[in-house]
Ligand binder design. Structure first.
Ligand code: NAD
Length: 418
């Protein structure tokens, strides 16, 4: 383990990687190359605060691997961001892009900050200064950021503008997840959450069951959680509980998700919704349901609570929500885990569509975006389950192996430079 990246998140990613490397029988030099990121940039971002003082924030952009193409990965603004977490997420992106057969490598970025504690001016200054600092290593053919926890289309606009001002021409394809009128893609906002629902549907129909009336619990009601809830409800599921960082709500007969999503967009905290029982985020884990969808932070399903979950399927909307220790407990209990690198791949798949549309300057209808997304996720799930059944693997191990194998094959073909 490289000491620079020492953290629970990175250790978990390396443990998952090493577990399947042994089965894949990769050459030692490939394992060593993949175990740590290819390029790591640490930046200081000083900004003028509204109170006249200057505050300095730490930021990172880590490119794990660019064998298959330019790097792709979100930018996270959150108080817990550190180098290990960013490195772990960057590694995850390499396997995710490879599994989805996208022409991208994996990267991730972040700033250690609570974005809610900043004014809009401060947030803009921080986004622009961070972009200026990472500018030498990003670009439409180098590394293309996107939104993640705590970042949104407005922040992507500031990144795109800062980059464009610096290179001297408008460059929409430097980021994805942009608003529509500056080169965004229809459907990108909903993509990750809808992709979670499409992956769930594929998993349930493979078992010859119906999604209709299945009970679902969702942790996190941001971009991923809210659109997953809306789509799963449209598919006939009963969403019995949801939460955000302040707490959750529960109704065994189902929550009116469309109405709650509207109120939430206007600023309501989930726990302030009055026509349901209030629950804590801890209690959420003990609710009886068919499907549990973690859509917030990493490491939330761990050895302390994996035995309390009362579902038969976990669909990982978040990145890295389940620790390796929890995976073992869940496997013993027969709880199936649909891993993040497939379950939340809708975001990067539609980011890829956005990048392609930007380069071609030819924009698609929303139906085409969702049809193409659904087909890709369903086909990938079907290939994944066949591979997992054939090799007697969990879905996580199978997904990682399919992704890692693709990067390893390309690495061997390209050889070592110089
Ligand atoms: P977001 O900032 O839009 O929403 C995060 C949600 O999680 C919010 O509702 C927040 O209140 C809630 N939350 C935060 N801490 C919590 C806690 N301790 N307990 C319960 N809820 C908590 O972020 P997002 O874009 O929806 O991302 C959520 C997860 O999905 C992250 O793990 C991210 O890496 C992953 N992801 C996002 C995308 C994307 O396109 N946005 C793509 C793939 C994966």
């Amino acid at each position: 383990m490289n000491e620079l990246f020492k953290s629970d998140a990175f250790e978990n990613s390396v443990a998952q990687f090493e577990k399947v490397c042994n089965i894949l029988e990769l050459e030692d030099w490939i394992v060593e190359k993949f175990r740590t990121p290819q390029r790591t940039l640490i930046v200081d971002c000083p900004i003028h605060m509204d109170n006249g003082k200057v505050k300095v924030f730490s930021g990172y952009r880590i490119q794990h691997n660019q064998t298959l193409g330019p790097c792709k990965g979100g930018i996270r603004f959150h108080p817990t961001v550190d180098m290990g977490e960013v490195a772990s997420l960057a590694m995850n992106m390499t396997w995710k892009c490879a599994l989805s057969e996208l022409p991208f490598g994996g990267a991730k970025g972040g700033i250690t900050v609570d974005p809610k504690s900043l004014s809009s001016n401060e947030l803009q200054s921080l986004s622009r200064r961070y972009t200026a600092e990472i500018l030498p290593i990003i670009g439409p053919n180098k590394d293309i950021p996107a939104p993640d926890l705590g970042t949104d289309p407005q922040i992507m606009s500031w990144i795109m503008d800062t980059y464009s001002m610096s290179v001297g021409y408008t460059s929409p394809s430097v980021v994805t997840g942009k608003p529509l009128n500056i080169g965004g893609s229809l459907g990108r906002e909903e993509a990750t959450g809808f992709g979670v629902a499409f992956a769930t549907e594929a998993a349930i129909s493979y078992e010859k069951k119906e999604l209709s009336n299945m009970e679902v619990v969702i942790q996190g009601f941001g971009n991923v959680g809210s659109y997953a809830a809306l789509k799963l409800k449209e598919m006939g599921c009963i969403i019995v509980a949801i939460s955000d960082s302040k707490g959750g709500i529960y109704n065994p007969f189902g929550l009116p998700i469309e109405h709650i999503a509207e109120l939430h967009k206007e600023g309501m905290k989930i726990s302030d919704y009055e026509e349901a029982d209030k629950i804590t985020n801890e209690e959420l884990f003990g609710i009886d349901c068919d499907i549990f969808v973690p859509s917030a932070l990493g490491g939330v399903i761990n050895e302390n609570n994996a035995s309390k979950l009362k579902c038969s399927l976990i669909v990982e909307g978040a990145n890295g929500p389940t620790t390796p220790g929890a995976d073992e407990i869940l496997e013993d209990r027969g709880v199936k885990v649909l891993p993040d690198i497939l379950a939340n791949s809708g975001g990067v798949i539609v980011s890829y569509f956005e990048w392609v549309q930007g380069i071609q300057e030819f924009y698609w209808q929303k139906e085409i975006v969702f049809d193409e997304l659904k087909t890709r996720i369903q086909n990938k799930y079907n290939k994944l389950i066949e591979y997992a059944v054939d090799k007697r693997l969990t879905l996580r191990s199978a997904a990682l192996m399919m992704g890692i194998q693709r990067v390893a094959d390309a690495t061997r073909l390209r050889g070592i430079y110089p």
